[in-house]
Design a protein around this ligand. Structure first.
Ligand code: C2E
Ligand code: MG
Ligand code: MG
Length: 412
């Protein structure tokens, strides 16, 4: 997620598609505007509008949100500074990329970067003055692929209503996709994560984050999770009949762990489907502070006793903390993508990634990094000796019937 840190090294040209990019540059120093326009010209980006104040820039965007696919903005300006400008851009739901230009110190730039991400803006990075062609190209290149619309950008997400979820649970809305997990050293596919793909009769495909929190709040999460679990077992059974036994990870909310009979229910379903619990990893996420912790602790411990693997999902964010590691018998630690994606540009993310890997290993856990999107992310995980990787750099989530074919191709 993070794109923090100044760009110092870079590349010398951009793919041809960038020639059509519309760029808006804001800096109170006219000579800086000239330099940036010149550098963009060297990269074949000719569609450039220069403004000397944040107000003018915002007027442009207000008149037409499509006016710019990229905004390059100075931080220190008289009148409205760059930070305030970013708040207004967020109000306008600006979807283009944003590059910050600055001579300010690194920790300030890091905070600005975090602020932009909090605003759900598409922050690409900070450029040091004087701007060079190589650094500019490197940061603009980040505009490509999924950085434009990553699945963690849930702004404007239309949540399902409880009655839509109830109807979908009675019908056929619960579908699942699988995303491969591969080892860092042997690059073998060791397993896959099962992810909800809700097919709504009216709205079509609805992201999990528009379903799960509502289901949790309205007492529907048990029913939903059991449907996902049953689907996963069904697919695992089919794969086993073909001679393949990938470990499958299934997401559980802490709210699911409040019934004493859960360990028996899950192991019965698994065994009836011909699957042993030790082929299944339960990924536990805690999206809100849980009540009845004593029940959850008992249930989770008995799940482990029955042989299920237990993963602490989104480690380092929300309630997925070190305290949980001490309380619960986890077998796997899944580092959140906030500390994986772009970690080589962000010393803070890198430090958290590094210490999470060390912590996981010190506790004898398998450490999985999720959300690795680029070759740079992958190289960082190799350097940090992380065990497994899951992310777009390997594969996006795919329908069940494609997983084994993908695995065979990957392993060749
Ligand atoms: P999660 O368990 O952390 O799952 C990983 C999410 O990251 C998935 O999003 C996956 O598509 C996405 N992802 C994987 N690699 C990359 C990458 O390289 N870049 C980016 N930007 N994203 C990547 P998805 O499928 O939208 O799921 C979001 C969350 O919804 C999951 O996060 C999980 O917390 C929850 N969820 C999904 N299915 C279920 C379910 O069956 N039950 C429960 N309780 N929660 C679920
Ligand atoms: Mg998960
Ligand atoms: Mg996660």
């Amino acid at each position: 997620m993070t794109r923090i840190g100044k760009i110092t090294a870079g590349i010398n040209e951009l793919p041809a598609k960038f020639a059509s990019l519309k760029v808006l540059v804001v800096d109170d120093e006219p000579f800086m505007l000239d330099i940036v326009e010149e550098v963009l010209g060297q990269l074949d980006i000719k569609n450039v509008i220069c403004t000397e104040s944040s107000r003018q820039a915002l007027e442009h965007i207000e008149s037409s949100p499509e006016a710019a696919g990229l905004m390059i903005c100075d931080l220190n300006m008289p009148g409205m500074d760059g930070i305030e400008c970013m708040r207004h851009l967020a109000d306008l739901q600006f979807k283009g990329g944003i590059i910050i230009l600055s001579g300010s110190d690194k920790s300030l730039l890091d905070s600005v970067g975090n602020l932009l991400l909090e605003h759900n803006l598409n922050f690409l990075g900070a450029l040091e003055k004087p701007v060079t062609k190589a650094a500019m190209a490197a940061v603009i290149a980040r505009l490509s692929d999924s950085t434009f619309k990553s699945s963690d950008n849930y702004s404007g997400l239309q949540m399902l209503t409880p009655s839509e979820i109830r109807a979908g649970l009675k019908g056929d809305s619960v579908q699942v996709a699988f995303q491969p997990k591969v080892t860092v050293t042997g690059r073998r596919m060791v397993g896959a994560e099962c992810l909800l793909r809700w097919q709504d009769p009216k709205r079509g495909l609805v992201p999990p984050m528009a379903v799960i929190p509502v289901a949790e709040k309205h007492g529907l999460i048990d029913n939903l999770t059991m449907k996902v679990f049953a689907k996963a077992i069904e697919h695992m059974g089919e794969w086993a009949r073909q001679g393949h036994e990938p470990k499958i990870s299934i997401n559980f909310s802490m709210d699911n762990l409040k019934r004493y009979d859960l360990p028996e229910m899950l192991s019965d379903i698994a065994l009836k489907g011909g699957i042993k619990p030790n082929q299944i990893v339960l990924e536990i996420t805690e999206t809100r502070l849980i009540s009845d912790l004593a029940i959850c602790l008992e249930v989770i411990t008995r799940l482990r006793l029955k042989g299920f693997g237990l993963s602490i999902d989104d480690f380092g964010t929300g309630y997925a903390s070190m305290e949980k590691l001490k309380q619960m018998p986890f077998t796997e630690l899944k580092v959140d993508r906030a500390f994986v994606f772009g970690s080589n540009h962000n010393p803070i993310a890198k430090a958290i990634l590094e210490s999470s890997v060390k912590l996981g290993h010190a506790l004898g856990l398998v450490v999985v990094a999720e959300g690795a999107e680029t070759k740079e992310d992958w190289d960082m995980l190799v350097a940090q000796v992380c065990d497994q990787v899951q992310g777009y750099v390997i594969a996006k989530p795919m329908p069940a019937d494609e997983l084994i074919g993908w695995m065979m191709q990957w392993e060749q």
